[in-house]
Design a protein around this ligand. Structure first.
Ligand SMILES: Nc1ncnc2c1ncn2[C@@H]1O[C@H](COP(=O)(O)OP(=O)(O)OP(=O)(O)O)[C@@H](O)[C@H]1O
Ligand SMILES: [Mg+2]
Length: 232
């Protein structure tokens, strides 16, 4: 089977400097992959480039064997690359159900059963305007909307930002469940310890470059990663 997601020599310029610098990344199949790194490392830029919101200057992105580097964002969603953006971007005046249904546009099947199976908390909120949700509920709704698109690769930026510990734990417990159904998940997490504790593999980014990558156990004995964790 084709490699799920492959990034080759990706370079993205922002304000005359490279926010992403010849980056290489590969997700072979259903894996839980964390992206960590300091502020300004390029994590958001990478996810936005993968989902087609920013055009790279160089390099390629391949999804399930197809070169998607120059495809429009909606074409990428149709092919299974779905992004939960920083800040969630829900439609506040629409109900939770309507927000979830928007996630279904790419395949037309508006049955929310699978999403509600993963996120049963959303069931009692379906008729509420998304603008009235708590931060934790809004994050579940944003993840639910992405899941409604049936992703092969799910990208999640700042997954636990602004969430109380219990709400963050809830979301982290969902991720291995998604992977067990065959999905690949690439998520950005500020808390490196937390990312290491749940992920199958971790990419550590600094100044647009991968400074260390591998399973958490390997990274912890990797000098570059220890220096990086200590802010060196
Ligand atoms: N809209 C933009 N226009 C120009 N430069 C930008 C823009 N967004 C980000 N940058 C620059 O790109 C680089 C990477 O930023 P990015 O937001 O991707 O980092 P990040 O790892 O997501 O950081 P954070 O942890 O703060 O979210 C930074 O140098 C930043 O200043
Ligand atoms: Mg960011």
């Amino acid at each position: 089977m084709a490699v799920r997601l492959r990034v080759d020599q990706l370079t993205v310029m922002r304000r005359q400097s490279a926010a992403i610098d010849r980056l290489e990344l590969q997700i072979d199949g259903a894996e839980l992959v964390a992206l960590v790194g300091p502020n300004g490392a390029g994590k958001t830029t990478l996810l936005r480039t993968l989902s087609g919101l920013i055009a790279p200057q160089q390099g390629s992105i391949t999804l399930l064997g197809t070169d998607i580097t120059h495809l429009a964002p909606e074409e990428r969603v149709k092919r299974g690359l779905v992004h939960v953006p920083e800040g969630r971007r829900l439609f506040g005046a629409l109900s939770v159900a309507e927000n979830l249904e928007l996630g279904c546009w790419c395949h037309g099947d508006r049955d929310l059963g699978r999403v509600l199976g993963w996120l049963p908390e959303l069931q009692s909120l379906l008729e509420q305007p998304a603008g009235s949700l708590s931060t934790a509920e809004a994050q579940l709704c944003a993840v639910g909307r992405a899941l409604a698109a049936n992703p092969a690769v799910l990208l999640i930026d700042e997954i636990s930002l602004g969430l109380a510990p219990a709400a963050a734990s809830r979301l982290f417990s969902l991720l291995p469940e998604l992977v067990s159904t065959g999905m690949a998940v690439l998520f950005v997490e500020q808390d490196v310890g937390r990312a290491l504790s749940v992920a199958d593999r971790v990419y550590a980014l600094d100044r647009g470059r991968v400074v260390a990558a591998g399973p958490p156990g390997e990274l912890l004995v990797h000098k570059a990663f220890r220096d990086f964790e200590l802010g060196g």
